[in-house]
Design a protein. Structure first.
Length: 238
């Protein structure tokens, strides 16, 4: 059994009258690619926001490498090794791809490292070394997504949260993103992935957590969750 890098127990988030996260437990094995799926509004992004510290928990506990994240601000969680890749990448448009990734390297974990080496590795992992010297302005959506992953991994995380990295990508770009995430995991970084594309998520993930209306409805291997009656009901609305 792998070590658990991130765990949640009884995680609850209320917004005014709404329960966006309803008593969710999770255990993310270190070194895995872990999926988080559920219908629109299920609470996937909210769960990620609770892990990064963008939102405070209403109840329960989240532990990263055994340490409770209660009261720890977002930037410190980042320095502890939790990175998030946003769906809408907002690079500095006038800077080159390499310079944008260097910003991630500089603002990452505070240990002494050779930033250029980190940048080169991030370029290689994401497959964008050939455009390293282009400015970020005018890059395609697929390339911007890879740049966002590169910027995030340049901070040298041990856990990468990726919220719908394949959304809006064509089949070729989706496959490239899948390869990119496999490379990230190949470097020993645990990946927690929100993804709508069922084919992508079941092909890449070791285990998947399924939530609906804030509640956990299934957890297991891809084969287990796709055959789970609760999951079929949530997705088909039957
Ligand atoms: P998903 O990412 O699964 O589509 P979200 O986590 O974005 O779902 O949203 C879950 C629920 O929480 C939705 O009903 C959404 O409207 C609500 N919600 C999310 N963020 C906020 C917020 N900051 N204030 C109020 N309600 C929110
Ligand atoms: Mg979302």
């Amino acid at each position: 059994m792998n070590e658990i890098i991130l765990s949640g127990r009884g995680v609850v988030k209320h917004f005014a009258g709404l329960t966006a996260t309803d008593n969710v437990d999770f255990d993310i094995p270190a070194g895995s690619i872990y999926g988080l799926i559920g219908p629109n509004g299920a609470g996937k992004s909210t769960l990620f926001n609770l892990i990064t510290g963008y939102y405070d928990l209403t109840g329960g506990e989240i532990r990263f490498k055994g340490t409770s994240l209660a009261g720890i601000p977002t930037y410190r969680r980042n320095q502890m090794g939790i990175a998030r890749a946003f769906q809408i990448s907002k690079p500095f448009p006038a800077l080159t791809v390499r310079e944008n990734i260097r910003v991630g390297a500089i603002f990452g974990r505070p240990e002494k490292v050779d930033h250029e080496k980190v940048v080169d590795e991030a370029l290689a992992i994401t497959g964008i070394a050939d455009i390293a010297d282009r400015t970020a302005e005018g890059l395609t959506v697929g390339t911007l997504r890879k740049l966002e992953i590169a910027r995030a991994i340049a901070t040298r995380p041990s856990l990468l949260l990726a919220d719908e990295p394949c959304a809006g990508l064509n089949p070729t770009e989706t496959q490239e993103m899948v390869n990119c995430l496999r490379n990230v995991r190949g470097k020993g970084i645990t990946v927690w992935l929100v993804e709508h594309d069922m084919k992508a998520v079941t092909s890449i993930c070791d285990r998947i957590l399924v939530i609906d209306a804030g509640r956990k409805i299934a957890e297991g291997t891809p084969a287990e969750v796709v055959s789970n009656p609760n999951v079929i009901t949530a997705y088909l609305g039957a």
